[in-house]
Write a protein that binds this ligand. Structure first.
Ligand code: SF4
Length: 213
């Protein structure tokens, strides 16, 4: 598919999904960039619902950089133990809070390079933070996003960096953040990993993987 066809197809996918879901809010509950960073790190291999269940207590106790930096991984781990990989996440989050306090004046940086220098923060997480906390366009490509783009014939292999580069190279920046939310929403509601509901899908005419009814 050449660039212009890919751009047209992505715009049409965006248009149809926007008609269905509109402007999607970040589902991770948070107040400010630091809490979003914490929630995003916690959300790796865990549902957003599960993350929201633990962050209420976590943010009551350690809701800002100063208080989090003074906490131990054991104290944090006690609160987040129902979240997958809670031990390594506790260690990373405490180290990140200390680094923010000591090297960034207690604030969350807003460049990809600085964000990905923080323990436990990868490119996908950094894109979520850039887009949702700072309004800086980014295209986080999680597992739903990669699956949908594969099925829709936009990318040929599941790779977050390929997905990000392809979409960012084909769509204007103002679409990126919400497009990622829209694909995730559609992956959760219709285009399931095992049994996608193609008959109900607004993208079925555009999708080479659409299953026959
Ligand atoms: S038609 Fe089926 S495979 Fe294609 S995006 Fe829709 S649900 Fe997913």
């Amino acid at each position: 598919m050449n660039n212009s066809k890919r751009s047209q197809k992505l715009l049409e996918i965006y248009r149809r999904l926007f008609g269905l879901y509109g402007e999607v809010e970040c589902p991770l509950r948070h107040d400010g960039a630091f809490q979003l960073l914490v929630a995003v790190v916690l959300s790796a291999q865990t549902t957003d619902v599960r993350v929201n269940m633990v962050t209420e207590e976590l943010f009551r106790k350690f809701g800002d950089v100063e208080r989090f930096a003074a906490a131990s991984p054991e104290e944090v781990g006690e609160i987040i133990r129902s979240v997958g990989l809670y031990r390594s996440k506790s260690v990373n989050l405490c180290a990140t809070a200390k680094k923010l306090r000591d090297e960034f004046n207690g604030t969350v940086p807003h460049t990809m390079e600085e964000l990905t220098s923080l323990p436990g923060v990868g490119r996908k997480s950094a894109n979520v933070i850039l887009g949702n906390a700072f309004g800086i366009p980014g295209f986080p490509a999680d597992t739903h996003v990669q699956r949908l783009l594969m099925r829709l014939g936009i990318i040929k292999k599941r790779d977050p960096e390929v997905a990000e580069a392809t979409v960012c190279g084909s769509l204007p920046a103002e679409y990126w953040t919400n497009f990622s939310h829209l694909l995730i929403q559609h992956g959760r509601n219709i285009c399931f990993a095992r049994t996608p509901k193609c008959a109900e899908c607004v993208l079925k005419e555009l999708c080479p993987s659409a299953e026959e009814e």
